[in-house]
Design a protein around this ligand. Structure first.
Ligand code: PLP
Length: 357
């Protein structure tokens, strides 16, 4: 066994997925699972698929390529770069788009590869990340509808990312209205109205998601059991799917205030210290190169993270009832960014618990 490691509990992940898929299905919404937080790991993606999602989505082509053996359609979430058009057509079934210049290249490439690529047009409803401005969507839809090799599969939006705008009946209502306008104009039906990410999930639970939204793209709610508009825990899900473990490499009693003139710490900040007298502290072998340290939540509520440098994290264990020894490990739950970083770090071993199927 080597540490630090992140343990991924596949049965819990499957159960989280089942809960969210079921609640969304009650509102006529299908869930695409977003795999970027686990870097498109195919084993983890299998667990999510066994929980009932029918499609996987990721922001990065590298992750979509990793998932190619999985028997499900894939959506590229990040609007494609011109430089990746050939890969998008080869590996992604759907892509989300907001640039006609890129769409023209996708069309050419789809013709070249003899494929029909499905397009979701993104609409910016105020969060100010990607998307066509509302007034420009219809014209874009008309153009895409005429592009050979592409099928206009639907429209979508993304909120609560840059501008932190909360999805509600008003902004998502506009998306549904736009869908109807496009359908009337082009005399066709759009397969997908994609109403956002885990921040839209609360509208499923409170029954206020506008009728007509038929897809959500869900990452965080599945992997952490938390909706992301208000940070509320979701019933019948676990927030312990991903657990980070790191090993104790020093255990000593030391003062809580450094001795000497205080300059800059390892990250160029002037630190501040609270005098708690002499404390019993542990150093664990993990640091800011591996994880967002302030996104780690200790499972032992008696311990407290004091600080970290690139590869050491210092922990006050004075209040813990456990008799920790060198070589023991601490376990942590993780927030979204900490999960993302730990999964991305090549220094953190990935371990799978249980079997999802
Ligand atoms: C990351 C991402 C998602 C999933 O977000 P979560 O908050 O993890 O559910 C959905 N859509 C887009 C476009 C994304 O980039």
């Amino acid at each position: 066994m080597s540490y630090p490691c992140i343990e991924v509990n596949l049965p819990l992940l499957k159960k989280n997925t089942e809960t969210i898929v079921r609640k969304c299905a009650e509102r006529g919404i299908s869930v695409i699972a977003v795999s970027k937080v686990f870097c498109g790991d195919p084993i983890i993606a299998e667990a999510v698929l066994s929980g009932g999602v029918t499609m996987i989505a990721d922001s990065r082509m590298k992750n979509i390529v990793k998932l190619q053996e999985l028997n499900c359609p894939k959506t590229l979430l990040r609007i494609p770069a011109l430089s990746e058009v050939a890969e998008v057509i080869e590996y992604a079934d759907y892509s989300q788009n907001s640039e006609l210049e890129v769409l023209q290249q996708l069309s050419k490439e789809a013709i070249r590869q003899n494929k029909i690529h499905k397009v979701i047009l993104m609409v910016d409803l105020g969060d100010l990340r990607e998307g066509f401005w509302e007034d420009d969507v219809l014209a874009a839809a008309i153009e895409v509808h005429q592009m050979a090799g592409l099928r206009l599969a639907g429209i979508g939006t993304n909120l609560t990312c840059y501008g932190a705008v909360i999805p509600d009946e008003t902004n998502l209502g506009k998306l549904v209205a736009l869908k109807k306008k496009i359908e009337a104009n082009l005399d066709m039906t759009l397969e997908i109205v994609s109403g956002g990410n885990s921040s839209s999930y609360y509208l499923v639970e409170n029954g206020k998601i506008p009728a007509g939204i038929n897809q959500l793209r869900i990452g965080e709610a599945i992997i952490r059991g938390v909706e992301s508009a208000f940070g509320d825990r979701i019933e019948e899900t676990s927030d312990e799917v991903f657990i980070l473990k790191a090993e104790i490499i020093e255990l000593k009693e030391k003062p809580s205030i450094p001795i000497g003139t205080i300059g800059f710490d390892a990250f160029g900040n002037v630190p501040e210290f609270q005098d708690k007298g002499t404390i019993r502290r542990a150093i664990i072998a993990i640091g800011k190169q591996d994880v967002k340290v302030d996104g780690m939540i200790p499972l032992d509520s008696g311990i407290e993270i004091l600080g970290a440098s690139s590869d050491h994290t210092i922990i006050d264990i004075s209040k813990s009832s456990k008799n920790y020894q060198i070589g023991d490990t601490f376990a942590f739950k993780l927030d979204y960014v900490a999960t993302l970083m730990a999964m991305t770090s090549e220094y953190v071993e990935k371990r799978y618990l249980g079997d999802s199927v």
